[in-house]
Design a protein around this ligand. Sequence first.
Ligand code: PLP
Length: 237
Amino acid sequence: MEFCETAYRSVVARIDAARRNAGRADAVRLLAVSKTQPAAAVAALHRAGQRAFGENYVQEALAKQRELAPLDAGATAIEWHLIGPLQSNKCREAARHFDWLQSLDRAKLVEPLSRHRPPGRAPLNVLVQVNVDDEASKSGCRPDEVAALAAAVAAQPGLRLRGLMAIPAPAREPARRREAFRRMRALYDAVRTAHADVDTLSIGMSDDFELAIAEGATMVRVGTALFGPRRPVTARS
Ligand SMILES: *Cc1c(COP(=O)(O)O)cnc(C)c1O
């Protein structure tokens, strides 16, 4: 677990340098993407001070949550983000076991997510995922659907619209990624004008988080650069 902590310090420093280089005074949050990594790796980063973790698969996340229950409480509670594609039959578990859903991409999930959010818990924080490069194989709504989907989320008592998320197509040339990030920034500014709670633009991963920060990311989702390569998977759903 030594590696994790060294990598963590380095990623945190790189985020801060990118933010300062961009002349930004606001904070950029780090989401540690722990999919396929064991609970022990999450615990190691948690000891180093990280609190927000992202998982792609509901069942895999629930297994880790059970293992980590002793440290996932009170002042050291983990903020769990679901960042993988969401099937409609998983809305209930997503609403009950996560603090954030970053992958909302269709209207029919909105009402069930709100209905299943347990009373007494804060509303589920939601990012609308945008298929910013219009890839046939990718999840995410079309850019022209963002406004309506954002309004639908904002209207639900069990949900709190926080912003937008995207996974741009892998592009060799940084210029093409930059273009995708700029399109996301423009969509984000429009949503923020319409909805007061919106404060999160989740773009940038291990390969390109510095570029994303230069283009206005407020949250970067980093897996490989923190944990090393992904592991063979046992439980997913
Ligand atoms: C896996 C994943 C990441 C992290 O990717 P890395 O390249 O390992 O940093 C970020 N976002 C989403 C949605 C992912 O599925």
